[in-house]
Design a protein around this ligand. Structure first.
Ligand SMILES: Nc1ncnc2c1ncn2[C@@H]1O[C@H](COP(=O)(O)OP(=O)(O)OP(=O)(O)O)[C@@H](O)[C@H]1O
Ligand SMILES: [Mg+2]
Length: 424
């Protein structure tokens, strides 16, 4: 059936209107699409910029982290961090070296497990390590995993962990072994000087009355030719007086610090003389002798007679410390370090030195008497005067030399004597 004409027109009008609307909508859609595209483009750009910024930030953070880590690792002091359960969470390189462990091996262990203390510390460890205790400071003696005995100072402070907010303890650890050693030497020197002054006074005061006793005893003895029993009693007095006189003479040697008659001497020759003189004692005690004479130029500047006495004292002490036999080792070496040539606080201008180490495998010196062995009259022997090392100390000091020693109870003792070499 044919469509009426008027209807056809109407429909075409509507259709073209619809078409126009469609066209307009398409144009708008296209415009919106373009706008959207632009927006996406700018958003992409923004995102890229943000990503770059983020990456830069991350790199910077990583750099700062590495930088802080490098600082921590290059610090000459040990740093250890302990969590609230007492476990170690951070150990830097120096702390690892002090403890004698690779830092990784100390992680997760407790402080007490790593630090084998030799003495009870002045502050209980629980207080040092408690996160509530704030800043603390202690000095301890400890034996590390490589069996080295060290003096340490530990300062502790509390900080909040940035990771979990827990209170952690940061320990700053410093090896003060060398400082302590120098302090002890200085203290020994001061103590012996004070003792020397007092002893000199006493010795001087005793000499006169002793002289009188000796004189009157000999007069009495002369008058008692008829009474042999009484003469015998007087002999006991004379012997006692003689012994006292010997002690006083020794004391005076120590106090007067004999002025060395400085000449060129051969260290090896003096040592061999001392060994020859004490050959019987050495052999009687079944002591094996080891000579490690390594000085190519064994010439020193000093008083051969006084040094002979010094070495005799050390060697006799060493042999006496080995009643069941053992090994006596004499080692010599040249050294040119100027640092160790200073005698207990004094500087001197020598730079060449001779170093002699006298080691025994004897009884060793118990830790609690180590600071006393150079004191005059300190002896652990039934018949010792305790003047040997006191005299040795003042003679070596008069030579601008120094003495160091190491001893382990039950293992043995090593004395190292440093003396100025002959400057040709
Ligand atoms: N090599 C050693 N091994 C172990 N202990 C030692 C050694 N050398 C010294 N001592 C200790 O130091 C103390 C003091 O020594 P020092 O030589 O001054 O006196 P002494 O040997 O006891 O007496 P004297 O020297 O008059 O015979 C000794 O009694 C001993 O306890
Ligand atoms: Mg002695």
């Amino acid at each position: 059936m044919p469509i009426p004409k008027n209807l056809q027109k109407e429909e075409i009008g509507l259709l073209s209107q619809a078409f126009q609307t469609f066209n307009e909508a398409t144009t708008k859609l296209e415009e919106s699409y373009q706008k959207l595209e632009k927006r996406v483009e700018s958003l992409n750009l923004e995102l890229e910029e943000k990503n770059e910024e983020l990456e830069k930030n991350l790199r910077e953070k990583e750099n700062v982290k590495n930088y802080l880590h490098d600082i921590l690792e290059s610090l000459p002091t040990g740093v250890v961090v302990i969590d609230p359960t007492g476990k170690i969470t951070t150990v830097n390189k120096t702390a690892g070296e002090i403890v004698g462990l690779l830092p990784g091996k100390a992680l997760g262990k407790t402080f007490e497990k790593i630090f084998d203390l030799k003495e009870t510390p002045s502050l209980p460890l629980s207080q040092l390590l408690s996160p509530d205790s704030g800043r603390q400071y202690i000095e301890i003696k400890f034996s590390n995993q490589l069996n080295a005995e060290l003096d340490l100072s530990i300062s502790s402070s509390t900080m909040k962990s940035p990771l979990n907010g827990n209170l952690e303890k940061t320990l700053i650890i410093q090896d003060i072994t060398e400082v302590k050693r120098l302090e002890e030497k200085l203290e020994r020197n001061n103590r012996l000087t004070a003792m020397g002054e007092m002893a000199a006074g006493i010795a001087h005061e005793l000499r006169n009355p002793l002289g009188s006793i000796e004189l009157f005893t000999s007069l009495l003895k002369r008058d008692l030719t008829e009474k042999p029993q009484m003469r015998q009693t007087l002999d006991h007095i004379t012997n006692g007086v003689k012994k006292m006189d010997r002690i006083i003479s020794g004391l005076l040697v120590f106090t007067r610090s004999p002025k060395p008659n400085t000449r060129r001497y051969n260290l090896h020759e003096i040592l061999d003389e001392v060994l020859l003189f004490n050959d019987l004692l050495i052999r009687k005690n079944e002591v094996k002798l080891v000579k490690n004479y390594h000085c190519r130029d064994p010439f020193g500047a000093g008083d051969a007679d006084l040094l002979n006495q010094v070495f005799t004292n050390f060697i006799v002490n060493a042999v006496q410390a080995m009643p069941q036999g053992g090994e006596l080792t004499l080692s010599t070496i040249e050294s040119s370090e100027s640092e160790s040539s200073s005698v207990e606080g004094q500087q001197n201008s020598w730079n060449g030195q001779l170093m002699l180490t006298i080691s025994d495998t004897g009884l060793g010196i118990p830790a609690h008497i180590k600071s006393k062995i150079f004191n005059p009259f300190f002896t652990t022997k039934d018949h010792g005067t305790g003047l040997g090392l006191a005299i040795v100390h003042s003679t070596v000091k008069a030579h601008n030399g120094s003495i160091e020693f190491e001893s382990l109870e039950g293992k043995g003792t090593s004395f190292t004597i440093t003396l100025p070499a002959w400057q040709s």
